[in-house]
Design a protein around this ligand. Structure first.
Ligand code: MN
Length: 132
């Protein structure tokens, strides 16, 4: 089962994302701080990361920048989620090495498209979505 790391400090947002991902057949690990996210990625390689850009006072994008400097995580898909869908924010997100910038509130159809596009083939083959 493909595993998604969700990094989001807002509890209701995190729960909404996790519930949806689990219903889609993903295994989800949720953390709400950067240090938890770093600790997780030191020991595990998820199939994708959903990253809230603003984690309280912390800049979520520092995780994306760090991931892109780790040879073993270089190809890990990082999908940023941001409440600030301004052009400058989008650029900042992409420059940090994220694969996509998704505005809040999250459009799940769009999120599904990004996951289909960016999940590695190995993860997609493990994943049998419920056909409705
Ligand atoms: Mn936040």
């Amino acid at each position: 089962m493909p595993q998604i790391l969700v990094v989001e400090d807002n509890k209701p947002n995190s729960e909404l994302l996790c519930d949806w991902l689990e219903a889609q057949g993903f295994q989800v690990l949720a953390v709400d701080t950067l240090s938890q996210a770093f600790a997780f990625c030191e020991d595990h390689i998820p199939d994708a990361v959903l990253l809230d850009v603003k984690l309280g006072p912390e800049d979520g994008l520092s995780l994306a920048r760090w991931i892109r400097q780790q040879p073993k995580l270089l190809h890990l898909p990082v999908l940023a989620v941001t409440a600030h869908a301004m052009v400058t924010d989008h650029e900042r997100v992409m420059q940090a090495g994220c694969n996509a910038c998704i505005s809040k509130p999250v459009d799940f159809k769009l999120l599904r498209k990004h996951l289909d596009r960016w999940l590695p083939l190995s993860a997609r083959l493990q994943h049998a979505p419920n056909v409705k």
